[in-house]
Ligand binder design. Sequence first.
Ligand SMILES: Cc1ncc(COP(=O)(O)O)c(C=O)c1O
Length: 306
Amino acid sequence: WVTHSTTEGVNIVMHGLEWDAGDELVVCDLEHAALMSPARVLAQRKGVNVSVAAVSPKASQDDILEIIDRELRPGVKLVALSHIQYTCGLKMPIKEITNLAHQRGIPVLVDGAQSVGQIEVNVKDLGCDFYAMSGQKWLMGPTGTGALYVARSSMELLEPHFTTYALEAERPSERLPLARFSLASQNGALVAGLIEAVSIAKRIGLGQIETRSESLSDLLRERISHVDGCEVLGPIAGPSTCGLVTLRVGDWDPSDLVEELEQQFGIAARAVHNPDGIRFSTHFFNTEDEVERVAATLVEVASRHF
Ligand SMILES: Cc1ncc(COP(=O)(O)O)c(C=O)c1O
């Protein structure tokens, strides 16, 4: 179902479920505000207990499973987590988390803002109930586009939060099951842009994009490990890594460092919090030379700083 953003998809699910005071919602402490904000609103308006699992940015897949498993107590109504954590690039074992949650009859909502277009995502294989995504991030589509997947078997869990003319449609063709969740009309030009972005990604190959993005970020992590004063704050190797690399250079304020890199060297990174650092993203169109230039620049700025 086409939405306007990941945030819209997350809200459709969070506010579409039926909550009673005292029900529990499990999230983790690395989540984006797109997920934490509706969680906070549910706590305030419905008396939902939001259980925030502490997950280290360097947690192994087994650690994450153990932590989430402990949270799955009776009374939990939903587990809501990002597929890839936006600050540190920690990839979560969504398929295994979904298995655990489903064993206890708990549905799973995934925030896929940082995963779709970066890694291969097969919602059927993951088994999750709800998967929200953005068009404008790794897919490089237009801002103001996104999509929400709802597993057929989980459709009846949701009631529409916003009600629109789609609910009143007389023609059966307009009464598509997911149209019940539409928030507002879509801009046809933006949707066309999203469709084109998806078809470009498919032409390149989602598997190839993932492999390329990962190999460039591996190179960056490898180079950073030799830079004095530089520390990777997210996962270093293995199944938790992806094309997002977050690092710290000594105690350099992340925003100041981002500005320095952009103004002095024309390198674009972004400051993040929790963990506090600067984040690089390597996509398929980046080159090894660009990664080497970033690494050489970090050596230079780190040596000036210490
Ligand atoms: C993990 C995550 N979720 C949600 C969002 C918000 O995405 P959107 O603007 O499509 O709602 C972001 C944006 O950076 C994000 O990183």
